[in-house]
Design a protein around this ligand. Structure first.
Ligand SMILES: Cc1cc2nc3c(=O)[nH]c(=O)nc-3n(C[C@H](O)[C@H](O)[C@H](O)COP(=O)(O)OP(=O)(O)OC[C@H]3O[C@@H](n4cnc5c(N)ncnc54)[C@H](O)[C@@H]3O)c2cc1C
Length: 438
């Protein structure tokens, strides 16, 4: 069993800690480590927040990467939790299936997807939990529990979106989505005002996927691009193409350009403007599965442009009636502080859930903010705005929320109550769970 320290701990590179990382090879080795008192399980450490980091010990599931069963006729796959999404896609797409909900990176593990209850671009049923049939979990008592919507339901409900705090997910069984083409029919439309944006969103009814990129906002105005997509319907008997993609590291030239242009208050505006122009110029009506769902994987190490301090991602769900107010407030704050978000993504949301899952109705706003001298002020600003507007934070990405925001909330109290039954010793714990006193 290999171990390592001084490793990149999360995708945003914003954690300063040097825990030991252990890579068990099999269940026997895993059970032995679980006898320890204090650790967290990690998948591929692609989370933006601090939920896969324990300051002492991280148990990586990278060596648990077997596909256990793939029923090609029913579209059901069962795999160990360390299998990466890219490897699942390589197997299932050519057999005419895809994952029904995917995050914006294919370099995530199945266990990480389940524990963070990932969402994607889906217009409806936008949480992986809708498609999970069964899980096998190793608890802190070293028992293996099989759970599903009908068996040990309390384990099932609190493990999906449970941030690794209920136990180690050994394997997951997922119902896949039938497709008959690897291609996506895509439409990209520009919006120049809120009314324009809201009316474009009505197009959602004729698509399966939507996501919206914001170029600029503030003073009652908003500009950007709406992306819509649906699976191409090739009514032919041709076999579907293989899922293929290039794995490209950022070269020195692009690194320099991106670092300069995306880390400066004024240049970021120019970068976004240019991005919109280029997007319109090179817009493709049909894109591949990889191009549509994983544009952020274009450079597999783009996070390096944020340097040694990294960045943080804030994603939160605001009620429709406060959406414009909140956008104006953020823009005013950024303008005064000369701070900025390199990316702003907006997504309409209407999801049911419980505990600390990211669910509710309204608009999800997601921002990648470099960590710089304005970090503390930005963090305080966001925390007080979250409180004022009673927003729901996506905890799977969070690294800044104060526990005051949630300590009296029913969802939080119920999750803690459930954990007290399932993991009373809290052997599985992270910087995240300690920060929020879960
Ligand atoms: C470019 C990019 C785009 C992204 N886009 C999206 C998006 O659109 N939507 C979205 O929801 N997320 C998105 N994410 C975040 C990412 O999809 C999730 O954080 C995912 O969970 C990371 O998986 P991982 O294997 O790296 O998990 P890790 O980061 O290693 O762990 C994540 C959590 O899962 C737990 N965990 C991992 N494996 C296990 C296990 N076997 N048993 C128990 N707990 C476990 C960890 O303890 C931790 O709490 C994106 C990330 C990147 C880098």
């Amino acid at each position: 069993m290999k171990s390592q320290s001084n490793f990149s701990l999360n995708w945003s590179g914003n954690i300063k800690a040097s825990p030991k990382i252990i890579y068990p090879n099999n269940l026997g080795e895993l059970k032995k480590i679980i006898k320890e008192k204090n650790f967290i399980i990690a998948g591929n450490q692609r989370s933006f927040g601090d939920n896969s980091v324990n300051t002492d010990l991280i148990i990586s599931m990278k060596n648990f990467k077997q596909i256990l069963n793939f029923d090609k006729s029913k579209g059901i796959i069962e795999a160990q939790s360390g299998v990466l999404l890219k490897d699942i896609l390589s197997l299932i797409i050519e057999a005419g299936w895809c994952v029904p909900v995917t995050p914006g990176s294919k370099y995530v593990s199945l266990g990480g997807m389940v524990a963070n209850n990932v969402h994607g671009k889906n217009i409806i049923n936008n949480q992986i939990k809708h498609h999970i049939l069964e899980l096998k979990i190793l608890t802190e008592k070293n028992d293996i529990v099989t759970c599903s919507p009908t068996e040990n339901k309390n384990y099932f409900d609190s493990t999906i979106g449970g941030f690794g705090l209920t136990g180690c997910i050994l394997s997951s069984k997922i119902k896949l989505k039938k497709i008959n083409s690897i291609l996506i029919d895509q439409e990209i439309l520009e919006f120049k005002s809120y009314n324009n944006f809201f009316s474009l969103l009505e197009k959602s009814n004729s698509y399966e996927y939507n996501v919206n990129w914001v170029e600029s906002f503030g003073n009652g105005s908003i500009k950007g691009l709406c992306y819509f997509g649906k699976h191409k319907n090739n009514n032919t008997s041709h076999p579907i193409e293989k899922f293929s993609f290039k794995e490209k590291k950022i070269d020195f030239f692009n690194f320099l350009i991106l670092k300069i242009f995306t880390q400066n208050y004024y240049l970021i505006k120019l970068t976004k403007f240019m991005f919109k122009k280029l997007k319109k110029l090179f817009y493709k009506k049909t894109s591949t599965f990889d191009e549509f769902f994983y544009p952020q994987d274009y450079f597999i190490n783009w996070n390096k442009i944020y340097g040694k301090n990294g960045f943080f991602q804030a994603q939160f769900l605001v009620k429709e009636k406060y959406f414009k107010d909140i956008m104006n407030k953020i823009s005013k704050f950024f303008e005064e502080e000369k701070n900025f978000s390199t990316f702003i993504i907006i997504k309409k949301f209407d999801e049911k859930g419980k505990y600390l899952n990211f669910y509710g109705q309204g608009f999800s706003i997601s921002m990648d903010i470099p960590i710089n001298s304005k970090f503390e002020k930005t963090k305080n600003f966001l925390n007080s705005m979250f409180k004022e507007y009673d927003v729901k934070v996506n905890f799977s990405k969070d690294s800044i929320v104060n526990k005051d925001l949630i300590k009296n909330k029913k969802d939080y109290l119920e999750f803690v109550k459930e954990l007290n039954l399932i993991s009373p010793e809290r052997k599985f714990n992270s910087i995240f769970s300690r920060r929020l006193e879960i």
